[in-house]
Ligand binder design. Structure first.
Ligand SMILES: NC(=O)c1ccc[n+]([C@@H]2O[C@H](COP(=O)([O-])OP(=O)(O)OC[C@H]3O[C@@H](n4cnc5c(N)ncnc54)[C@H](O)[C@@H]3O)[C@@H](O)[C@H]2O)c1
Ligand SMILES: O=c1ccn([C@@H]2O[C@H](COP(=O)(O)OP(=O)(O)O[C@H]3O[C@H](CO)[C@@H](O)[C@H](O)[C@H]3O)[C@@H](O)[C@H]2O)c(=O)[nH]1
Length: 444
């Protein structure tokens, strides 16, 4: 079977590589020539555990190809996935210009029956627009060709993308054609050996499923963060509360970790987009508006705690930051809480020394010389006034507290991901601020 994937970002590259890995011949297309040239040599543009080896293996086997020519890629392809970006427009809606541009290119070049699948996260009605754009181009060429469109939203998480793709909880496909349904069943068969289902539905429902899934997950996070803030006020501990509610199987223990707010390229953008879609239809998604408001506020909670401890004038002070990426196991800093925290601390006169296991290059690209970059977690502690943990990378979980104590001027830690035990902190003589638990201070 031969397929092509248009857009070689996180989703396109991971999907393409995983399809190639099960024996399908995949051509990945991108307009970014630099990216494609690097990929041809096996150099991957993103940090994603396990991806590089898999890309190498499949290039070697001749099953994974890269090109900048969409025309060349779709030749003999039975299925073409559109996996380009859908960034937020100024009003929060998903910008479809890349998706529709690809659709038009497909219409200009296709010469046989294909299923054109939107894998990008797109608003309800997009598959229809894709179909119209292709039909329009075919008509301009005076060509009559049969083709189908389908919607196949992607649910992978950065940092665990390969496992998520190879062993999905479910695959959702929206299609209105039996022929396309058969093709999609055949394509995904190798990934369904673990018994998880492929769920077929109509196209608008598939498009909506993606937004509903991300909106639900974002809601869980804002809910727990709201509860965490109340826990602090009333003297409860959110970690115990999480254990208490998470063991109820109707609630579940996943995605209810309080923290410094959700970031990344998906939740913030998709929550905004679905709110905008609803508004366009004259409906107000009140729950999701609150989810977004709570998250915006949550990104400032750590700085409030810093102010509570040191006051509002932070000039002459230096903060050591552990973690810059929006979550562990990725170098992605899109919408990362770290960016909000850094911005606010700098505005209050503070200097920042930061360390992240993989996001240092990305941070330099975004922040330039606004902050100092350390070589390892302990390097940034030298002459710092306090330690602030923003991302829960495994290597920060059991640090050497004696070394922290020796290097940091004040014995205080601000933990934005609740990775330390408050009792252990005070026993080690630290003041400890975390999320959803009262600040703790050592006995005088
Ligand atoms: N990142 C994730 O974890 C994730 C997970 C599920 C769904 N999604 C969704 O998938 C889509 C892609 O996300 P991403 O993170 O992979 O984006 P990305 O920005 O990493 O990659 C998009 C790629 O598309 C390329 N591109 C743009 N226009 C093109 C064109 N006309 N022809 C060929 N290539 C073109 C860009 O050069 C870029 O390399 C988005 O809609 C996103 O919401 C993302
Ligand atoms: O209990 C939790 C779980 C997550 N987060 C935060 O939520 C954000 C998103 O995390 P995660 O969902 O793991 O990462 P993404 O790679 O953004 O994946 C989400 O967005 C993708 C793009 O749409 C979807 O495909 C995935 O299913 C969906 O989980 C991060 O900032 C996390 O720190 C929390 O604060 N608490």
């Amino acid at each position: 079977m031969k397929i092509s994937i248009v857009g070689t970002g996180y989703v396109g590259l991971v999907s393409g590589t995983c399809f190639a890995d099960v024996g399908i011949t995949v051509t990945c297309v991108d307009v970014n020539e630099k990216k494609i040239n690097a990929l041809k040599k096996g150099i991957i543009p993103i940090y994603e555990p396990g991806l590089e080896t898999m890309v190498h293996n499949n290039i070697e086997k001749g099953r994974l190809l890269f090109t900048t020519s969409l025309k060349e890629a779709i030749e003999q392809s039975e299925v073409v996935f559109i996996a380009v970006g859908t960034p937020p427009d100024e009003d929060g809606s998903a910008d479809l210009k890349y998706v529709l541009d690809v659709a038009r290119q497909i219409g200009k070049h296709m010469d046989h029956y294909m299923v054109i699948v939107t894998k990008s996260t797109v608003p309800i009605g997009t598959a229809k627009k894709v179909k119209a754009a292709i039909t329009d181009e075919l008509e301009k060429r005076g060509v009559e060709l049969d083709f189908d469109v389908a919607s196949n939203p992607e649910f992978l998480k950065e940092g665990n993308a390969i496992q998520d793709f190879l062993k999905p909880d479910r695959i959702v496909v929206g299609t209105e054609s039996e022929k396309a349904q058969k093709m999609m069943s055949r394509l995904y068969k190798p990934f369904l050996l673990n018994g998880h289902p492929i769920i077929f539905m109509d196209i608008p429902s598939a498009e909506m499923t993606k937004y509903a899934a991300n909106a639900m997950l974002a809601t869980k996070i804002s809910f727990i963060n709201d509860m965490a803030n109340l826990c602090e006020i009333v003297g409860a501990d959110i970690s115990s509360v999480r254990d208490g509610i998470g063991s109820d199987s109707r609630i579940g223990n996943k995605f209810i970790y309080a923290g410094a707010g959700y970031g990344g390229s998906c939740f913030p953008k998709d929550v905004k987009a679905v709110i905008k879609t609803a508004a366009d239809y004259g409906y107000k998604l009140r729950v999701l508006q609150a989810v977004e408001d709570v998250n915006d506020a949550q990104k400032h909670v750590l700085v409030s705690k810093i102010k509570e401890h040191f006051g509002s004038n932070l000039s002459q002070m230096t903060f050591a930051l552990w973690g810059l990426s929006f979550k562990p196991k990725t170098d992605d800093m899109r919408e990362a809480p770290a960016l909000v925290i850094i911005d606010e601390l700098i505005k209050m006169g503070a200097s920042i020394k930061a360390y992240d296991p993989v996001a240092m290059d990305e941070a330099k690209r975004i922040l330039g010389d606004k902050i100092f970059y350390g070589d390892d977690p302990y390097d940034v502690l030298i002459d710092a006034d306090a330690l602030v943990v923003i991302t829960e990378w495994p290597e920060f979980r059991i640090p050497n507290f004696k070394v922290i104590d020796k290097l940091v001027k004040n014995k205080v830690i601000f933990d934005g991901r609740n990775i330390y035990d408050p009792n252990e902190m005070v026993e080690n003589g630290f003041s400890y601020y975390s999320i959803g638990r009262k600040a703790r201070h050592p006995m005088k």
